[in-house]
Design a protein. Structure first.
Length: 76
């Protein structure tokens, strides 16, 4: 499991990249716009991975109930 320190370092690193790219973008650099798109995808993937990991932790904490994972994913 990822520690709080690891999470803070990851978020800090991503924020530093975002700030750097934002500064470049203000100069009208096309390459920077492409980097921002890549960073956005990294952030989305990181968030999705965190959500999946936490969902699995909750499922395991509840005794890995059969069929419950599908119920959570299915619309009500």
């Amino acid at each position: 499991m990822e520690s709080i320190v690891d999470r803070k370092q990851t978020v800090g690193s991503l924020l530093a990249k975002a700030n750097q790219y934002r500064n470049y973008a203000q100069m009208g650099d096309r390459e920077t716009a492409e980097r921002i798109l890549v960073l956005t995808e990294e952030l989305k993937q990181w968030a999705q991975d965190r959500i999946r990991g936490r969902a699995r932790e909750i499922w395991e904490e509840n005794g890995q109930p059969e069929g419950k994972g599908l119920r959570v994913l299915a619309p009500s």
